[in-house]
Design a protein around this ligand. Structure first.
Ligand code: B12
Length: 212
């Protein structure tokens, strides 16, 4: 079944993807299971684009399908139920030059549902906007998202700006994106990097001492 779903998303077969996801959820699959499968399909779409088999319109279509799935009522992230008291504040954004926001939005959703107060700055966020928001909100954590290669440079510039503003010791910084590695994390100066929103949330919980 999973292979068929991966194939359906790779082929951008919208109706089939939605039908299959709904039926998997009905059978008891979790939102996270679905996410993992879809991400594999998205990787295939990305690879086909790289090989010039797919075009920009196909990337757009993949994004539309992914969002449709995220918007299904059944795709509630089954983390902690929302808490009245916020467990921490996160300033979040997709870094300068990068417009990809699906991964950022997933992290925002699950962090919010786990009780974090998330200040989402959107996409193409310049370093100074991160700095300004950290000061304004007295945030505990900065979450940077980005999937383009150039995002690595923007992330480094963002962390440099945070450091130059004298805020580096006041916040923990996590960078998320498909292509990020421990090495790129060390290069940009983040505390942690991840290509998995749930793993990222666990790290944030640990930082705010709210881990289960
Ligand atoms: C959909 C898509 C698009 C859509 C984006 C729609 C949207 N609203 O986001 C559109 C069509 C707009 C697009 C545009 C472009 N794209 Co594009 N796109 C993709 C595609 C297929 C999927 C991205 C995606 O959403 N993945 C699914 C999400 C869930 O994964 P994710 O972002 O990694 O997020 C997960 C984790 O990383 C993590 N996470 C993410 N952020 C954060 C943040 C924190 C704090 C934490 C804790 C965790 C976390 O949690 C998420 C869930 O686990 C990828 C291929 C790929 N394999 O990624 C190419 C890809 C990223 N795009 C690519 C390119 C080249 C482009 C364009 C330059 C194309 C063009 N010629 O115009 C433009 C760039 C525009 C810009 N300036 O940003 C390349 C990048 C190559 C590179 N090395 O730089 C890729 C890799 C395709 C490829 N293989 O060539 N794209």
């Amino acid at each position: 079944m999973n292979e068929v779903l991966i194939k359906a998303i790779t082929e951008l077969n919208e109706d089939k993807v939605i039908k299959m996801v709904k039926s998997l959820l009905k059978e008891g699959a979790s939102s996270q299971d679905i996410l993992d499968i879809l991400q594999e399909g998205m990787d295939n779409v990305g690879n086909l684009y790289e090989q010039s088999e797919y075009f920009i319109a196909d990337l757009i279509m993949a994004g539309i399908i992914f969002r449709e799935i995220l918007n299904l009522d059944e795709m509630k992230f089954d983390h902690d139920s929302p808490k009245k008291k916020f467990v921490g504040k996160i300033v979040l954004g997709t870094v300068k030059g990068d417009l990809h926001d699906i991964g950022k939005d997933i992290f925002s959703d699950i962090a919010t549902s786990a009780g974090f107060l998330v200040y989402d700055l959107g996409v193409d966020v310049p370093p100074e906007k991160f700095v300004q928001k950290i000061i304004e909100t007295d945030a505990d954590i900065v979450g940077m998202s980005g999937v383009l290669s150039l995002a690595i440079t923007s992330m480094k510039e963002t962390i440099d700006a945070i450091r130059n503003a004298g805020l580096r010791d006041k916040v923990k910084i996590i960078a998320g994106g498909n292509h990020l590695t421990k090495d790129s994390g060390a290069y940009i100066g983040a505390d942690e990097t991840t290509n998995n929103a749930t793993a990222g949330l666990k790290i944030c919980k640990k930082w705010t001492k709210k881990i289960d």
